[in-house]
Design a protein around this ligand. Structure first.
Ligand SMILES: Cc1cn([C@H]2C[C@H](O)[C@@H](COP(=O)(O)OP(=O)(O)OP(=O)(O)O)O2)c(=O)[nH]c1=O
Length: 202
């Protein structure tokens, strides 16, 4: 079995991958996340997930063969990509746009093994209740929106805004676990490994 490296600085992705019993080591892989002109949201997240896997491969030091998993999440409203908020005004503007309507969350995953790379894009639909300006400001003050696409976390305080979800909860948090397990299986990497096997591997 090949070793797996998760190319991510996201604590959520580490927790999610641990949840399904996959043995891995995390490496950070910073890439330029600027969308290209005319790039669709789906093409954008897939390109970034692949780019993160490649960047991760660049920092791994190993004599053994290994695979790298990269992922990217974007919140999309009416075809427009909402990234991470840069400041309070940006975060409040995002929540105002998302208030009372439905948006998409796109998460791409990519697994890289030598010259072979496979990727998937998972789309989920999230419906928000109405959000007041005061609530948006209070939510920003909690610190939660800063590092999250669309300026909210469904797994945290932001759950109070979520009136409905159609799709993959884990994908919204940052890693679609059903699809990730399936894709890793294509590369011979199993999930449900016992924790001691996990620790022995790394
Ligand atoms: C919508 C949503 C996003 N997010 C997070 C998932 C991602 O971590 C982040 C989107 O930014 P990403 O650029 O996908 O990921 P990241 O920069 O956090 O981590 P890395 O690139 O190193 O893997 O937003 C939540 O945690 N909860 C949510 O409900």
């Amino acid at each position: 079995m090949k070793r797996l490296y998760l190319a991510s600085g996201s604590p959520r992705r580490r927790e999610l991958l641990t949840q399904i019993g996959v043995a891995f080591c995390a490496v950070s892989a910073d890439i330029d996340e600027t969308p290209l002109a005319q790039e669709s949201p789906s093409a954008y997240v897939e390109r970034l997930a692949r780019g993160k896997a490649e960047a991760g491969r660049g920092v791994v030091v190993s004599d053994e063969p290994f695979c790298v998993l990269g992922a990217d999440t974007a919140v999309v409203l009416d075809g427009k990509i909402l990234g991470k908020p840069v400041d309070q005004a940006d975060a409040c503007a995002m929540l105002t746009m998302l208030s009372g309507c439905e948006h998409e969350v796109l998460t791409a995953i990519a697994v890289l093994d030598g010259g072979r790379c496979e990727s998937r894009v998972v789309t989920s639909r999230v419906r928000f209740r109405d959000i007041s300006r005061e609530e948006a400001a209070a939510y920003w003050a909690s610190g939660e929106p800063r590092d999250k696409a669309g300026g909210y976390g469904i797994q945290g305080l932001g759950a109070v805004f979520v009136a409905g979800l159609d799709g993959s909860y884990s994908a919204v948090v940052g890693l679609p676990l059903c699809e990730t397990a399936e894709l890793l299986g294509h590369f011979g990497i199993p999930c449900w490994q016992p924790r001691n096997a996990h620790q022995a591997t790394f």
